[in-house]
Write a protein that binds this ligand. Structure first.
Ligand code: AHG
Ligand code: MN
Ligand code: MN
Length: 355
């Protein structure tokens, strides 16, 4: 029996047929990102065997780099250094934008987190890369930081990879979300999860509970309701997950639904959140929305936030739409001075999205 599934390359060719406005230059750029991700997948799977070769420092985030953070960042830079479509790149691991020498007329910008969840690397659990593609301003030849300060709604493509039991690449070009699995023997990403949709029916939530004392009232209230399970206002038992690797959490949400939160807290008010807007929150928000879910700070839709700095942080609440709506409505009520009470009819079924 003939066995044929689309590869990432044939998917990109078909995308051009489906969407005549799809720019072949963007397809070329995605192919280069794919190559970088394959190199990173290979390095991550070799773990300690490659780690000793990199020298690390404290990055712009004030976080101690892992050797593989440095190696993964280098792999993206080396792969994309000859990408003519790219004017420049911004990475979690570099303070300033990096201009692409051969991309002086490039019409795109790449923003990426080379290795997400890298604090887990020594545990050998799933990590990944996150990327976002923006348009460079028309006629721009000299790269400037301001070029990257575009709201997430302007992204032309976004995706992430998983370096786990299998290597996966999840991609959106703004028309749905598609998952590809790396066939390692052939070295090709194969379309295994077309048109991913976030399930609405959900019984799972994810939050780092060690920060509970720093949370705001709406988040406390939401989590408390979930924890009360069958005997509480939700009337069902919930399960809790925390992998501490956003790529793995978002993938779980794509498969099983649920809510992922790294909310605003009072731990370090100067930071405005834990996750970074440009290379974590924005690409993941586009993917989640394209898969039918929602992604808010609690008070604003993340994709509409106008960035003010390259490494800016932001609160993130994303996942199944009805759960995000519920928690956003709690923020809304709280900000209006309403008391958060389990008995209040306010929390029955009100949606601020459609009011
Ligand atoms: P990175 O490894 O790129 O710095 O990002 C880690 C992020 C994210 O993946 C995860 O959701 C979060 O940090 C985990 O934070 P805690 O260590 O506070 O749980
Ligand atoms: Mn990260
Ligand atoms: Mn990282």
């Amino acid at each position: 029996m003939p066995y044929h599934r689309a590869t990432l390359s044939t998917f990109l060719i078909d995308e051009r047929r489906r969407t005549p406005s799809f720019d072949p230059e963007l397809a070329g750029l995605i192919k280069d990102v794919e190559v970088a991700c394959k190199y990173i997948a290979s390095a991550v799977s070799r773990g300690r065997l490659v780690e000793e070769k990199a020298s690390t420092k404290v990055n712009i985030q004030g976080e101690e780099q892992k050797p593989l953070d440095v190696i993964a960042n280098e792999m993206v830079l080396q792969t994309c250094d000859s990408t003519e479509q790219l004017l420049g790149v911004v990475s979690e691991e570099m303070e300033n934008p990096y201009p692409i020498q051969r991309g002086r007329n490039g019409r795109y910008l790449l923003v990426y987190d080379p290795l997400d969840g890298s604090s887990n690397l020594d545990l050998n659990v799933t990590v990944g890369s996150i990327f976002s593609v923006l348009r460079a301003p028309e006629g721009a030849q000299e790269l400037k930081p301001e070029h990257f300060l575009q709201p997430g709604i302007s992204q032309v493509a976004a995706g992430f990879t998983l370096y786990g039991p299998s290597v996966m690449l999840v991609l959106t070009l703004g028309r749905g979300v598609h998952g590809f699995t790396l066939d390692r023997e052939v070295g090709t990403f194969i379309l295994t999860h077309p048109d991913m949709r976030i399930p609405e029916e959900t019984r799972e939530f994810a939050i780092n509970a060690s920060n509970e004392r720093f949370w705001e009232a709406p988040v406390r209230h939401y989590v408390e309701e979930c924890k009360q399970g069958k005997s509480g206002p939700r009337g069902v038992d919930f399960n809790m997950r925390w992998i501490a690797s956003m790529v793995a959490e978002v993938y779980r949400i794509l498969i099983r639904g649920g809510l992922f939160m790294y909310p605003r807290d009072t731990k370090d008010p100067s930071k405005g959140g834990r996750l970074r807007l440009l290379y974590e929150a924005n690409p993941m928000s586009l993917i989640v929305e394209q898969a039918g879910g929602a992604s808010w700070t609690g008070r604003e839709r993340i994709l509409e936030v106008k960035p003010t700095a390259l490494h800016q942080r932001i609160p993130v609440i994303l996942g199944s739409r009805s759960e995000v709506e519920r928690l956003v409505s709690y923020h809304h009520a709280y900000d209006q001075g309403e008391e958060l009470s389990f008995k209040s009819p306010l929390f029955a079924n009100r949606s601020i999205f459609h009011s």
